[in-house]
Design a binder for this molecule. Structure first.
Ligand code: PAF
Length: 289
């Protein structure tokens, strides 16, 4: 497995694979890898001849009061996981390599990035799009793999690729959970034992909401109230948002039957102590119209 910190060397290697007619799968990450990332690598392994992973904690997607400095990092462990998952190339640049002196070009998007996480993290998606766009230039892969836990991020990346005519297929992969239901996240490491237990309220509250939808409830407000009510029962939890949006364009929806492609996204962000966690479910209400 090649580990490279250099843009030029990484791009040359991927181009060489492309010259040989090999299909390349790419998994962008911020490291501190877990089973969720591994599932993306495994999907990439199955569908491509070569797999590249980037490990870069991207400073420009964190707001001033967010956890950039404390975001967990463990390159040695990450490299071992990549090796074990059959990865061929790890791109691990430092911030100077990615954002050299005078960097001032950003990728931004109207609409879609202003809902859900965009409300409480105003610079987040601009930073994500900019780094992902740059990574797609450095690693000109055939396919890139993203987890559905960050459902809004997945929708934003898909739209960016469509809007800018990028030649890459975006593949969304299912959420990977701990045996007790907590969605895998590098940020779970911030939780102490009591908070770890309290964090189960995310999965529990979403399950309650989903049950209502499955029973035929279509009023988004009632479903959101049910989820928020469940979260409210957990004393260590504080709701950032509970939202139901049309999954086609991430716009708020009142009646689930109105979803344009027949799919809704029910997404929540909850503080457990100081740790902000997100989770969601996607539900198909009807066949596409
Ligand atoms: O999902 C992540 O880990 C990050 O947002 C990404 C896509 C690697 C961009 O920094």
């Amino acid at each position: 497995m090649i580990i490279s910190e250099s843009i030029r060397e990484t791009r040359e290697q991927v181009k060489e694979w492309k010259r040989q007619g090999l299909r390349v799968g790419f998994v962008p990450t911020m490291g501190y890898l877990h089973e969720g990332h591994r599932s993306l690598m495994e999907a990439a392994r199955k569908e491509n001849d070569r797999v590249a992973v980037s490990i870069f904690v991207n400073p420009i997607q964190f707001g001033p009061n967010e956890d950039f400095a404390s975001y967990p990092r463990d390159m040695e462990k990450d490299a071992a996981l990549c090796e074990d998952a059959g990865v061929d190339l790890v791109f691990h640049p430092d911030a100077g390599e990615m954002y050299g002196e005078g960097f001032s070009t950003y990728v931004d998007m109207e609409g879609l990035t202003k809902e859900l996480c965009g409300k409480s993290r105003p610079v987040h998606f601009r930073g994500v799009q900019t780094v992902v766009c740059k990574l797609f230039h450095i690693i000109p892969a055939d396919r890139a793999y993203f987890g559905q836990k960050d459902a809004q991020q997945l929708a934003v990346i898909k739209k960016m690729v469509r809007d800018l005519g990028m030649d890459i297929e975006i593949v969304g992969c299912p959420i990977v959970r701990e045996p007790d239901g907590l969605a895998k996240s590098s940020r779970n490491t911030y939780l102490n034992a009591e908070e770890r237990q309290a964090a189960l309220v995310l999965d529990r509250s979403l399950a309650a909401g989903r049950k209502l939808v499955e029973a035929g409830e279509r009023d988004a407000l009632k479903i959101k109230e049910c989820i928020a009510g469940e979260i409210g029962k957990e004393k260590l939890a504080k709701t950032d948002y509970v939202e139901i949006v049309d999954f086609a364009d991430i716009t708020p929806i009142e009646n689930l039957e109105d979803a344009k492609n027949g799919e809704i996204l029910c997404a929540i962000a909850v503080y457990i102590g100081k740790t902000r966690l997100i989770d969601n479910f996607i539900y198909r209400i009807s066949e596409c119209r």
